[in-house]
Design a binder for this molecule. Structure first.
Ligand code: T1G
Length: 696
């Protein structure tokens, strides 16, 4: 009969099952290993060790998981109590076998704790991993030294530098988990496992003593250089990945305790750096984005059993895939059969390509396609609970569609537009149900990019907002609530960058230099590469455009971007870009015609003139209440445009520069270029008060 023997500040409760002490972690939603929990575990382990009647110990998570690792909120603050590495060394040194019993997540310090135990059992649905690299740090409690000793350095590199969780079955196959337990009897199974260890007199397996697996790293030191090369593009600009690799290398050449010291030093460097501060900020900012002051978390969402998508083009197809992936049936509508067939074919091809890469089972392709109904009749959307319009970016067409939807859609259906810029209130006014109208702006490719801008109209109902935010998360997006204005948050700020980039090339800076500076800053591509990828002819027409701008002239020469093998750049058959003399001549001609004063610009000026106006626009967005918080703007830019997460987003980055400095530069450019650089009142106020956007 289990009974509570003692509880340490109720973060760890100890119960006895015969000769086994079961220590249950119960601290907050994720058993984060903060000071109180570390102290609680230490006291409970020492008490169990001192109890002669106890022959073995089981460590198990209360609530929904084993542990999400160290308490991220403690970083950057003075540490108190026993450190996690010291606690884990203490557990490993236990004179009695300690068995970790894992369900839910064992991540970061949570998995490191399990690795310090002598044995590990888990339920099949459990996930383990070392995601510290995603916070700009590394497993700082022995993970870089113990994991390679269990799975070998090559696999450890994937786990630690990749940072993704591993299912318990795969972890068991790697030797990380000793035994899988039935889903509904983890605790009993772990106790029985511990009893067997005692009864069979099994050794106290300390991972620190295992050298067999790390021999791979000594015999083949080239594996590290090869890994660095394979991952160079993905880890470009990040500091943590290299530190992780160095620690795993150290595990293969240093005695365990020296390896621990090496890991500790590397951890301290990272955790005190700006990249980790930025990435930890983003971790919490992503969760903050879900919180809407006037829409309580428990606002009931409308049930969404079927989704209608109007438009089977690139966006409509990608949007449909999001819901199909989540097992939600979709009815997709087009006006012409060939467009509809093309759209369906593209969806199938996308799935089949994913299956070819082994990331989707063939039967799942059919399951997903089986959930897709295609039709030429808008009326078929009458059965849908959420209808997303994803047609050409033309207000007239959208108004006409919403007017029709108002007569077709069932009462309570949510009517959403995927518009990238346009006025949701004007669209809503075409219906008798503006409270049911909202914007759901997906980013291309819609089935890949995680950002979803949810655009609340003046009259949008709160439960409609709650539904859009929840269904967005359900289909794997990061929804950010924004207000109605031209371009909402992301594209409104992008327009600032584009305007300055266009001005810079007329002054004589080449498009390739502008792109290089923005790319080297950490964005996935510069403005002109991005324009060529999207296509220069969006919204352009030979009839209406008057051949004034560089873009007009490029389109006139059929240089419409990658799709025509020429835009700002020339492209070869593999779409490799090379600077184009034709473009430079066009730019010179337009500059002369407009009488633009030619001048050079340093890389720093290029960076300031393309990115500082974005910060200024972000401040205006906050002033106008079109974003709830500065960190939402950062989440938009990280997940919608690839802003380097290690810089935290444009508003976080502005704070690291210091708003007085940003303001001073904006004023200098305002003196030369006028209104476009006029600082926002909010930015002036914060700078004057010595504050940052983080203080809002
Ligand atoms: N520390 C502090 N708070 C945390 C936390 C953590 N490790 N993990 C989650 N929270 C908060 C989160 O902010 C939210 O708060 C609530 O818990 C629920 O989280 C030494 C140095 C485990 C997959 O990176 O990935 O160990 O918003 O909404 O969706 O080597 O939480 O409710 O106020 O995310 O079910 C490494 C981080 C730490 C894992 C669960 N560990 N957490 O997802 O819930 S560093 C991680 C997650 C470390 C050692 C190193 C997820 C989850 P609020 P949630 P969820």
């Amino acid at each position: 009969m289990a009974q509570d023997v003692n509880a340490n500040d109720n973060v760890v409760s100890t119960a006895r099952k015969g000769a086994v002490a079961v220590l249950t972690l119960q601290s907050g939603p994720v058993n984060a290993l903060g000071t109180a929990l570390r102290q609680g575990i230490l006291a409970a382990v020492e008490a169990a060790e001192a109890d002669a009647a106890v022959k073995a110990i089981v460590l198990i998570g209360g609530g929904r998981m084993f542990s999400a690792g160290a308490d991220i909120t403690e970083f950057g603050k003075p540490q108190s109590g026993i450190s996690l590495p010291d606690l884990l060394n203490r557990i490993e040194a236990s004179t009695k076998p300690v068995v970790a019993a894992i369900h839910g997540n064992a991540l970061g310090g949570g998995l490191e704790t399990a690795l310090a135990c002598h044995y590990r059992v888990a339920v099949p649905s459990a996930k383990v991993g070392l995601p510290e690299v995603k916070l700009g740090i590394l497993p700082g409690a022995g993970g870089t030294q113990r994991l390679p000793r269990v799975v070998g350095p090559r696999k450890a590199l994937d786990v630690i530098v990749g940072g993704s969780p591993i299912g318990a079955k795969a972890a068991a196959a790697m030797g990380l988990i000793d035994e899988l337990a039935p889903e509904d009897s983890l605790r009993a199974h772990a106790v029985a496992f511990a009893e067997r260890v005692v009864a069979e007199g099994r050794p106290l397996l300390k991972i620190r003593d295992r050298d067999d697996k790390i021999a791979e790293g000594r015999e083949n030191p080239g594996l590290f250089a090869a890994f660095r090369e394979e991952n160079a593009r993905k880890t470009r600009g990040f500091e943590a990945p290299e530190a992780c690799i160095a620690c795993i290398e150290a595990a293969c050449r240093l005695p365990f305790d020296e390896g621990l010291a090496f890991e500790r030093a590397e951890f301290q460097k990272l955790v005190s750096g700006t990249q980790s501060a930025a990435q930890r900020y983003v971790f919490f900012a992503e969760r903050q984005a879900a919180k809407i002051p006037d829409v309580p978390d428990d606002t009931p969402a409308r049930p969404i059993a079927r989704v209608g998508v109007i438009g089977a083009g690139t966006m409509g197809g990608g949007i449909s895939m999001n819901f199909l992936n989540a097992g939600i049936p979709v009815t997709i509508v087009e006006t012409k059969r060939d467009a509809l067939d093309r759209g369906i074919k593209t969806i199938r091809t996308n799935y089949e390509n994913t299956a070819k890469k082994g990331r989707l089972k063939p039967e799942d392709v059919e399951t997903r396609m089986g959930l897709l109904t295609d039709t030429l009749e808008l009326e078929k959307l009458a059965e849908c609970d959420l209808i997303i319009e994803a047609v050409f970016e033309d207000m007239g067409i959208k108004k006409e569609i919403f007017s029709k939807l108002d007569t077709i859609a069932k009462p309570g259906a949510i009517l959403a537009s995927n518009t990238s810029y346009l006025d949701i209130d004007a669209i809503a006014a075409m219906t008798g149900r503006p409270a049911d109208v909202i914007g759901m702006h997906f980013f291309s490719p819609a089935n890949v990019m995680r950002l979803l801008e949810v655009v609340r109209g003046e009259k949008t109902a709160k439960d409609v907002i709650a539904t859009a935010m929840q269904i967005g998360r359900k289909v794997g997006k990061i929804p950010v609530l924004v207000g109605v204005c031209h371009g909402f948050v992301g594209n409104r700020m992008l327009a600032q960058r584009q305007r300055e980039a266009n001005r810079l090339i007329l002054e004589g800076v080449t498009p390739w230099d502008v792109d290089r500076v923005v790319y080297e800053f950490g964005l996935p591509m510069g403005p002109f590469t991005m324009s060529d990828l999207a296509g220069l002819d969006i919204g352009w027409s030979r009839e209406t455009n008057k051949s004034e701008s560089v873009r007009d002239l490029l389109c006139e020469q059929d240089r419409r971007g990658q799709k025509t093998s020429a835009g700002f750049y020339d492209y070869d058959a593999k779409r490799k870009a090379t600077p184009s003399k034709v473009t430079e001549e066009i730019i010179a001609k337009v500059a002369e015609r407009q009488g633009v004063k030619r001048r050079d610009a340093t890389d720093q000026e290029i960076l300031e003139r393309t990115l500082y106006p974005m910060i200024n626009e972000g401040a205006k967005i906050l002033e106008e209440g079109k974003a709830i918080r500065a960190s939402d703007i950062d989440i938009v830019w990280i997940n919608g445009y690839g802003w380097p997460v290690y810089r935290g987003g444009p508003m976080f980055w502005a704070d690291t520069i210091g708003l007085p400095k940003v303001l001073e530069r904006l004023r200098a450019y305002e003196a030369e270029y006028g209104e476009d650089f006029k600082p926002s009142a909010l930015l002036e106020r914060l700078a004057a008060e010595g504050k940052g956007f983080k203080d809002l």
